[in-house]
Design a protein around this ligand. Structure first.
Ligand code: HEC
Ligand code: HEC
Length: 435
């Protein structure tokens, strides 16, 4: 359809030029006064027609790129104009009528193509595509805050969480508890001054590292500045593990943090740049430019591993972690349950921050426990309650308030049902249910 419109557009200009030429020709070739009067009248009609033509063209020009349904209006205007002229310029009538008819056909076709389907389908609001690369630091920081916490200004709200899922493990403000993961307050300064200077970090010498991974990928090297340290922490958590925060039993060699450019979190490079910008801006520091941050990530994430920015969903949309269409092992992964719990039968679920989930055996025991104050009457109800209201009963010896309280909002009813179904079948000493 675009092609047809473009052609009609240039044809209109040609028609305009020809018409003006014809009018001048008529004026000059007439000597009889009565005929001359008629010619003047015709010129007047001609000018009016030209005006319409011009309007039609302007309408085209302004609506050319949008999916505007005003486009066919131009063609209709041109059609009417040509037919009006055909009435007066009798000697050219045939030609004008043919021309007019052609425009009519064009109007019909473009009307059919542009207008009808839109009327039928309504006008969906135009999805705004976010271009992170052209934002100011503050705008980028706002997007970062949305990715981490789910909304602007939510960074101090208890339980606020966005698609980055960082608050599942991290605290972000000085003084807030950070048992599971380092508190990220003061990150930019600490990265530069403390982490890179730590002999265990082995700056410039990855082969000396004593961690599970020595480099993000072969040849990537180590970070040279604070910005690169942050990028490396996100892309390769087990390249350097902050002392005391490693997976239990690994002697701080392995980090429980998921690489955040990989599933299930899968942040794109622009989104990671937004997250990092927030770390700087919220502390009143000058943030590195978008390009500098992206370059830092490119050092640690090979091209093939860079997730594309989701175009259909605006960044930071507080979407569900799992909608329930996924297989059960993915639901556990997307909900990060695997980072804290060992779940028999689920690959990679080896966390030790919470209890091993053998609810077929444990759930009935919990309900019978005299200290149980929850409302569950059946194992299924107990499991559901543990997920949406973890403090209703706190499994000993684990601390309260460690299991996030967001899952009631972050998992669909379908996903929760799959979890409950699966966990209630897991029994101590028995083979795990099939996935
Ligand atoms: C499953 C828990 C978990 C999640 C989710 C998580 N982290 Fe971490 N993160 C950790 C742990 C534990 C450490 C400390 C061990 C290490 O150095 O890898 C850590 C370390 C870090 C560090 C290095 C901190 C320092 O002081 O050197 C940064 C930066 C960081 N995480 C950022 C993030 C961001 C940003 C997100 C969200 C996009 C995130 N993390 C999500 C657990 C998590
Ligand atoms: C940040 C770590 C963490 C994450 C993430 C986490 N949990 Fe927990 N969970 C815990 C801790 C700690 C406990 C024990 C304390 C308590 O009962 O609140 C627990 C308790 C539970 C219990 C009760 C277990 C029992 O034997 O009584 C269930 C069920 C459970 N979690 C399911 C889940 C599911 C499902 C997910 C993912 C959607 C999940 N947890 C994510 C830390 C976590």
């Amino acid at each position: 359809m675009g092609n047809l419109i473009a052609q009609t557009f240039s044809a209109s200009w040609m028609a305009l030029a020809i018409l003006v030429g014809l009018m001048v020709y008529f004026q000059m070739s007439i000597s009889d006064p009565a005929a001359k009067k008629r010619a003047v009248f015709k010129t007047f009609i001609g000018i009016v027609s030209c005006f319409f033509l011009f309007m039609a063209i302007v309408n085209y020009k302004t609506n050319f790129y949008g999916e505007s349904r005003l486009l066919p209006v131009s063609l209709v205007t041109i059609t009417v104009t040509t037919f009006v002229m055909a009435l007066y310029f009798t000697n050219l009538s045939a030609m004008l009528k043919v021309g007019g008819f052609m425009f009519f056909v064009a109007a019909f076709l473009s009307g059919y193509g542009n207008w009808l389907p839109q009327v039928e389908g309504g006008f969906p609001p135009k999805e705004e595509k976010l271009d992170f690369s052209s934002m100011t630091s503050q705008q980028l920081a706002d997007e970062g805050e949305k990715i981490i916490f789910g909304g602007i200004g939510k960074n101090k709200e208890q339980g606020a969480i966005g698609k980055g899922q960082c608050p599942l493990c991290h605290a972000f403000h000085a003084g807030m508890l950070g048992e599971r993961a380092p508190n990220l307050a003061g990150l930019p300064e600490r990265s530069e001054k403390e982490r890179l200077a730590d002999p265990k970090y082995s700056k410039g010498n990855p082969s000396k590292r004593e961690y599970e991974q020595k480099e993000a990928f072969p040849g990537s090297g180590t970070a040279e500045n604070g910005l690169e340290y942050i990028a490396e922490s996100h892309a390769c958590p087990s390249c350097y593990v902050v002392s005391g925060y490693g997976v239990k039993g690994t002697n701080d060699k392995q980090s429980p943090m998921p690489a955040i450019h990989k599933p299930p979190i899968s942040l794109s490079l622009p989104e990671l740049a937004a997250v990092d910008t927030w770390f700087y801006v919220r502390e009143g520091r000058d943030a590195p430019s978008f390009e500098e941050i992206v370059k830092a990530y490119e050092k640690f994430i090979p091209e093939a591993d860079r997730p594309k920015m989701a175009e259909d969903k605006p960044a930071g949309a507080t979407s569900l972690m799992a909608d329930g269409s996924e297989p059960i092992d993915q639901i556990f992964a997307k909900g990060q349950c695997v980072s804290c719990h060992t779940i028999p039968g689920i690959p990679g679920a080896m966390g030790t921050i919470g209890p091993k989930l053998e609810e077929g055996t444990s759930a009935p025991q919990r309900i019978k426990d005299p200290t149980y104050k929850g409302t569950a009457k059946s194992p299924a109800e107990y499991i559901m309650e543990s997920i949406v209201d973890p403090s209703a009963y706190v499994v000993k010896p684990f601390p309260d308030n460690t299991m996030p309280k967001v899952f009631g909002q972050k998992l669909s009813a379908g996903a929760l049902k799959k979890i409950v179904d699966y966990l209630s079948q897991v029994k101590a000493g028995a083979p795990p249910p099939k996935i």
